[in-house]
Design a protein around this ligand. Structure first.
Ligand SMILES: Nc1ncnc2c1ncn2[C@@H]1O[C@H](COP(=O)(O)OP(=O)(O)OP(=O)(O)O)[C@@H](O)[C@H]1O
Length: 540
């Protein structure tokens, strides 16, 4: 088809202005487009048109680019995001730097705060002679009020403390309470009469909801019935105003109790009674959240270990918090106890296994058994400052000495394992009430018993170990009061004298140099067959 015919066909019906487009028309008719190497010289008119055409093309190119960008952004979202943020990057970067700077300063501030807290805790520990071992030990309490501000304690509990006349926490309370409240397990060793009971009772009362259903929430083990009864009394005093179920496991209860329907938040027991109740009466302890072993070294003594094991096993709640408290904690017992505890913190107030510094201690050589009775009579004649506790090594000897003192018209009573629960409690109550001046006792009340105001402890029979000595004399010099401890010794006791003399020395009491020159005894226990006390004719 000819070019003219083609254009006519294409533009059929359209008016084509040949005159106006003469040049272009001519080009179609001239044949192929001239090569760029030989361009025809443009007319001024053409130049102007081309210039304006170029400007348009440039404009269009820009527009297309914009459109392309816009259309491509429709497809590739990220592109647009980055494109859009391109301008903001610097802004963001500086914002990020600002945030990092802020975070840095928050972290720095927090670190400084933590450092200050650690320093404050160290100062408090130094001031109160508190020694710790363990990871991330919570800071000691500065005051009881901190229990409210730091741990959200119900104010009625702290109110009860002030009603009981407790103004300041004792050192063991300062450290052990935060540890237990933080859900950590602990070994706590602090002098006799330094408030360990409150140190373990208070966290239980704070954490356990009163009257909660679903089984026993806390188990406290004590080595004797008397101590268990005393612990229940103390717990009830602290919990006054709230309906906690605080129960003492008696012999009768452990033999015939129906534990299915028993409401009990806190259960206090001796190991054997509890063991019996678990094994024979199916007492369920699986919901217990706390297990406290008070006088723990005594509990772990030979003969009790298996029973303690079975109680620990019965307290099967995996998140149970266990704690051990005592004034004496031998390394062997600590190692044994560690096997049942996890990540436990060790707290020692003062020196481990030492007597209270509030007690004036004396050793008196009495020569023989007869010499001891004379020395006792003489000391009573010189000054009797009741209440006085006298320790002997067996129930038979307790009965013998009781008869001698009764003959002398001394208002005395006696407590030993042959008496029933009620008689033992009466003996304790009578001393507390001031009805008796002198209480003659076996080891039964040597541990943990808190007789207000005992002025003097007499070890009529030499104690069988340094730990026994510390606990016996610890019945006086309690809660900040001073006390006196007199220990008689005979020729037979001399080999063991040095062990006790070490306790005197470490609590600042004087010891004659000849005693310290005695050979050290490897044996830890000292048991002697003694001549009878009695000087009175036999009634039989
Ligand atoms: N914060 C306190 N302020 C004043 N007295 C306190 C405080 N805490 C406890 N007590 C009192 O101190 C006495 C001794 O307390 P507790 O019987 O708990 O001593 P302990 O350390 O358990 O002694 P032990 O080793 O002989 O068992 C008690 O009469 C108790 O009421």
């Amino acid at each position: 088809m000819e070019n003219s015919k083609l254009s006519s066909a294409l533009f059929a019906g359209t008016h084509f202005d040949r005159k106006r487009f003469a040049a272009d028309f001519a080009r179609f008719h001239q044949g192929p487009t001239p090569s760029p190497a030989a361009p025809s010289a443009p007319s001024p008119e053409k130049k102007r048109k081309r210039k304006s055409g170029k400007a348009k093309a440039k404009k269009n190119k820009k527009k297309r680019a914009g459109e392309a960008a816009a259309s491509s952004s429709d497809v590739v979202e990220g592109f647009n995001v980055f494109k859009g943020l391109e301008g903001k990057n610097d802004e963001l970067r500086s914002e990020k730097v600002e945030i990092v700077k802020n975070e840095d300063s928050v972290a720095v501030r927090r670190r400084k705060e933590v450092e200050r807290e650690i320093e404050r805790a160290a100062i408090l520990r130094k001031r109160f002679d508190i020694h710790i071992a363990g990871q991330n030990v919570p800071a000691p309490l500065e005051s009881f009020e901190e229990l409210i501000s730091r741990y959200g304690c119900d104010s009625y509990l702290v109110g009860n403390l002030s009603k009981l006349g407790f103004q300041e926490p004792t050192p063991i309370q300062r450290q052990a309470i935060p540890i237990l409240l933080s859900g950590r397990e602990c070994f706590a060793c602090a002098p006799t009469g330094s408030g360990k009971t409150l140190a373990f009772l208070f966290p239980l009362l704070m954490k356990i909801k009163p009257g909660s259903k679903g089984g026993v929430k806390a188990v406290i083990l004590c080595p004797t019935r008397e101590l268990a009864a005393q612990t229940v009394r103390e717990c009830k005093k602290l919990a006054k105003g709230r309906k906690y179920y605080i129960k003492l496991m008696t012999k009768d209860l452990s033999k015939s109790g129906n534990f299915k329907d028993m409401h009990c938040d806190i259960l206090v027991s001796t190991p054997l009674c509890l063991h019996h109740a678990v094994k024979k009466r199916h007492l369920d302890l699986s919901s217990a959240e706390y297990l406290v072993l008070d006088e723990s070294d005594k509990l772990f003594e030979l003969g009790f270990v298996e029973v303690i094991d079975s109680v620990v096993e019965a307290c099967s709640n995996p998140s149970i918090i266990r704690s051990l408290f005592s004034a004496t904690l031998p390394d062997t017992i600590e190692a044994l106890a560690r096997t049942i505890m996890h990540d436990a913190i060790r707290v020692i107030v003062g020196r481990k296994n030492s007597a209270s510094s509030l007690i004036k201690q004396k050793l008196i050589f009495a020569g023989t058994e007869r010499g001891k009775l004379l020395a006792l009579r003489q000391s009573f004649q010189e000054s009797l400052n009741p209440p006085v506790l006298i320790f002997v090594q067996s129930k038979e000897r307790a009965k013998e000495l009781y008869k001698e003192l009764a003959f002398d018209d001394v208002r005395a009573d006696v407590i030993h394992a042959d008496l029933n629960e009620e008689q033992r409690q009466d003996a304790v109550d009578n001393l507390r009430a001031g009805k008796t001046w002198v209480l003659i006792a076996t080891e039964v009340i040597a541990r943990g018993m808190d007789f207000k105001g005992v002025n003097c402890v007499i070890n009529y029979d030499f104690p069988e170990s340094a730990a026994a000595y510390i606990h016996r004399i610890g019945r006086c010099g309690r809660a900040g009061r001073s006390g006196e401890a007199i220990t008689f010794f005979t020729e037979e006791d001399k080999p063991f004298l040095r062990n006790i003399a070490n306790v005197l020395l470490s609590s600042g009491c004087e010891v004659p140099s000849w005693i310290m020159a005695l050979p050290k005894l490897k044996r830890k226990k000292h048991r002697v067959d003694r001549d009878p006390i009695s000087t009175l004719p036999n009634e039989d």
